[in-house]
Structure formats: structure tokens, C-alpha cells
Design a protein around this ligand. Sequence first.
Ligand SMILES: Nc1ncnc2c1ncn2[C@@H]1O[C@H](COP(=O)(O)OP(=O)(O)OP(=O)(O)O)[C@@H](O)[C@H]1O
Ligand SMILES: [Mg+2]
Length: 367
Amino acid sequence: MSYLELRNLRKRYSKDGPLIVDNMNLSIEKGEFIVFLGPSGCGKTTTIRMISGLEEVSGGDILIEGESVLRKQPRDRGVSMIFQSYAIWPHMTVFDNIAYPLKLQKVKKSEIRERVKAAAEATGIENFLDRFPAQLSGGQRQRVAVSRAIVVKPKLFLMDEPLSNLDAKLRVGMRTELKSIHKRESSTTIFVTHDQAEAMSLADRIIVMHQGKIEQIGTPMEVYHDSASRFVAGFIGTPPTNFFEALIEKTAAGFEAVNQHLRYTIPAGLQSALAGREGKPVTIGIRPESIGVEKPGGKSAAYLCDAEIEFVEPQGSYVILITRIGGGEIKIVHTGSSDVSAGSRVSLYIKDDGVMFFDADSGKRIR
Ligand SMILES: Nc1ncnc2c1ncn2[C@@H]1O[C@H](COP(=O)(O)OP(=O)(O)OP(=O)(O)O)[C@@H](O)[C@H]1O
Ligand SMILES: [Mg+2]
């Protein structure tokens, strides 16, 4: 039995309004760290508000430990939520802010003291318990919100972009802390973000959402290396996936993907999947690290095209090469020798069959 299950979950905010959450189906196991990832407005907050009971569902069901919770009040669901704009009370001390949910539950005073202390230690704010929020930095306030959420030892921990108000460095630090809190408490967690780097670094599994639908469910490695759709391939990864439109042609060498600027022999493993698409358009997606660079006139079997490097952006351990194929800008992550510079003429090839084909209309992966 799954810990949390969403069955055909749907949401409209008005009777004839659009489906904001469109038939979501999802099973989460106990102790998992799940990340909802998707662009602004795709329905992430709406979904977790329905799970917490703050928002009514328009259809479908939500089960926690096999039991429908639709008729349960938010406080009876065993769920703790950190809001996108983490609401902590300005007129209460840090101690009282963290203690608040325990007071509501009428927990004994001595136990409250112990649990608040432990929750504050978990986020490193144990020395600020007597202060008011106005006397804290943004990051410290965020920790108060996290402490208040973990103090109730929830069955299910819902965090709506809890790090969005922090500067880049603090974000990365808090990320690591949330991960270690999760490890220690092994609470089942749903973490919402539209930051793909955050999702990759935190998640056991990522749920990629787009326009109220789940595009893909997978480990960070799966959604990155084995994207289910053009949307996922484009949303995840920096620099982003390079896309080309091409037609499938049959030649003596087998099937090839061809456009005005490139010609690429489709890898053996994908020949049969693309055989039925002769003469049809496909979208090719290539991760920036899957493009190799060699001397012009390249002889690689995975040859793509010739190109001139326009810019070289040093990143420390690697460089990003920027070039153009047709009108489109192409980014290449290059870790090899440093003999490539702006103006270099090169041949591009695909490394390790690192290419994804998508249906040009539906955007779905062709495999
Ligand atoms: N109370 C509401 N009434 C009507 N429409 C709403 C309401 N709340 C949200 N919406 C709409 O539902 C859609 C999804 O909103 P939601 O807040 O779930 O997005 P999100 O994925 O959390 O986005 P973000 O990353 O910006 O927080 C948006 O188009 C939004 O305008
Ligand atoms: Mg939101």
C-alpha cells in the first residue's frame, strides 16, 4: 500500500473554468522525498493545498495510508505545510511561533519545551528562541517556518517553495539542511519548486508538471537522461537541451534525420522506432554535453554537421561553446582540450548515442 495516493485528482476554481489540475495519478511511498517541479501556474500549489485540505477537490480522491481523507479537516490529516510565503507571526517570539501548533494540540508544557528545542536545533536557530521575527534575517525566518513544520512530526510534510525568498548561497545551504532533516526524521515529503537544480539535488523522485498534468515521474537521473517529452527535456538541465526540427529519410545507411543544415544517422537501437516515420517531421533533442567537437572534416559515424564556434564561456572545470546551426543557437558543454576558441571551425558529432527523438506534434518521446 502506498503512503499517499492521488487518484484522478482534478481541480477547477469555477464551474466552467479550466481544469487547473487535470486527472493527476500518483503513488508515494513512506519516507520518500518527492519534488513537484513545473513552471509558474502549472498547478503545484493547488495540488498540495488539496492534499493538505485547504482547498476542495473538484473530482478524484486523495488517500493517506489507504484511507480517503477528503472528508477530514486539515488538522486531522496528519499533514504539515510550509507555505510559499512562509507565514510566521510577527508578534510572537521564535519559541512561540514554533510552539504554536503544539499548543493547539494541547501538548504538555514540558514536552512543548523539549520538542521546540529539538526542532530549533534541527535548523540551527536554537539561540534565537527569545527573539521576534523582525530581529531575524530572511534565512533565519525561513528556518522558523521549517522548525514549526517539523515540530509536529507530521506524517506528511508539504513544502511550497520554502527556499524561494533566500539568496542563492543560503538556498543551497538550506537545501542541504532540509535533506539532512529528512534523512533524520524520515518524514514523507512533497517539496514544490520551479527550480530544476533544486529539484535535481533534493528529490528521490521528481514529478514534472505542465498545465495541470504530470509529464513525467522519475528519479532525477531518469528525467534528465531519459526525458519522456520535449517539455521535460527543455525544462530540465542548464544549459538547456538543444532542439532541431528534422525529417526522417531512408538512405543506403538506414534511416537518417535530415534538415538543411545537418544529417545524422539514427543509432541502431532507434532505427526500427523511427522506420514508420519516413518523410515525417521529428524534433531532435541533444543535451549540451552530448555534442562532441572534433577537427573539421570529422569522420565520426555520429557526425552531425560543421560549425563555427562563436563564443567560449569558461565555467571553471568546463567551457560552454556557443555556435549556430541554421538560425538556432547551440550550446555545448566541452570538457576536453582547450584548443577551441571563438572563430574555430569544427565538426560536431553526437557522443554515446546521446540523442532523443520527439514527435513533432505531440512532443512525446519516440523510443
Ligand atoms: N483561488 C484561485 N482562483 C482562481 N484561479 C486560481 C486560484 N488559485 C490559483 N489559480 C490559478 O490556477 C493556476 C495554478 O495555480 P497554482 O498556484 O497552483 O500554480 P503554481 O504551479 O503553484 O505556480 P507558482 O510556481 O507560480 O507558484 C494558475 O493559473 C492560477 O492563476
Ligand atoms: Mg505555487
